[in-house]
Ligand binder design. Sequence first.
Ligand code: PEP
Ligand code: CO
Length: 450
Amino acid sequence: MSTTTDADLRTPAEVSTALPAAQQPVWPDRSALDAAVAELGTYPPLVFAGECDVLRDRMAAASRGEAFVLQGGDCAETFAGASADNIKNRIKTILQMAAVLTYGASVPVVKVGRMAGQFAKPRSSNTETREGVTLPAYRGDMVNDFEFTQAARTPDPQRLVKAYHASSATLNLVRAFTTGGFADLRHVHDWNRGFVANAANQRYEKLARDIDKAMKFMAACGADFEAMRTTEFFAAHEALVLDYERPLTRVDSRTGDLYDTSGHFIWVGERTRDLGGAHLDFVSKVHNPIGVKVSANAQLDDLLRMIDLVDPERTPGRLTFITRMGAGRIREALPAIVEKVTASGAAVTWVCDPMHGNTFESASGYKTRDFDDVVDEVRGFFEVHQGLGTVPGGLHVELTGNDVTECLGGSEKILDADLSQRYESVCDPRLNHQQSLELAFLVAEMLGRD
Ligand code: PEP
Ligand code: CO
């Protein structure tokens, strides 16, 4: 499928509000901020309204069980990490997972990168103290630098501009890799054969063989593999720093509607989804498909009011609840929420984030997650939806295509003592390439069981 373009998106519209905005950087220099925001307002859109509309339709299909969504990428992208190899490896991992999930779910997989804009992070504290020195917390490369010095940690609004350019370069590669032949299903399948050829992954060999047979069957039937050389791929990030999102919001001249052109799908995080806050107000005004993170502590009434605010017309695909409850709580906390939201007549898409409710500090002091907890939360997600007769619409994971050691377990059996070998995330721990594929095989088994 192609990218729809709207060459005639017009000048930036004001999406301002007096409502309080949580988790915003404290910019030290107001005029430098104004200059950066003004500069962003002159730049072309990164994505187009028509593409966002296509993704809304895809999310709607997922809400009905006619598609399955896979959202994945870094917890926090960095400028230094926006290299061709890193981006290629991440896309490759997502494509490999998607191929396996497509087979398991027997429906199209909607591929969405947590990328080309995921440069800002909410933090539990405004400051960080190390050995008696207190500095501003790292809020993502869009705001400040990870290095622990006063100069690096001081928010710099020119970083908003740099984030735009890094996102633009990333999207350029994403579009090239997904339309230029790299995404050819036959290659992707060969890569997956390489994965199961590894002795540690033998338990997935049967599924890989079944996919092999399906590919041969398709070939024998004369399937048009040339048409499968390209794939649709969308970009998503948390719409956190409003000084970045607002100037990239534009009017679609076809309809007069506003779109946040910084990414196709934007979400509001667990820490910024207050009903009286600026973030929900902002996303309620733009027409992109919207996600909201939902923890086990979410109040049902708040969620129902949120639906009225963000999706008053009950447009299928408009609103996605990304649940992130933790393996230990999902089975107890999710059913009432899904039941009541469904009873309200809302058509939300349910996506499972099995990462953010399962973070803990390891004995050696690393922020980590256990692969088994991740799998168990996904299993719980499917069990709950199966029990209620509702639709599990997709997965949202923090992953990298590289061979890092950030999450425990998986078939490589990463231990606490291994975490120091290659812990590269500047924020949350990500599944590495192997763990990501393993998750896809396990989820494909869960999906195939229905
Ligand atoms: C995230 O997705 O990186 C994140 C911060 O998630 P949450 O808002 O669910 O905590
Ligand atoms: Co995270």
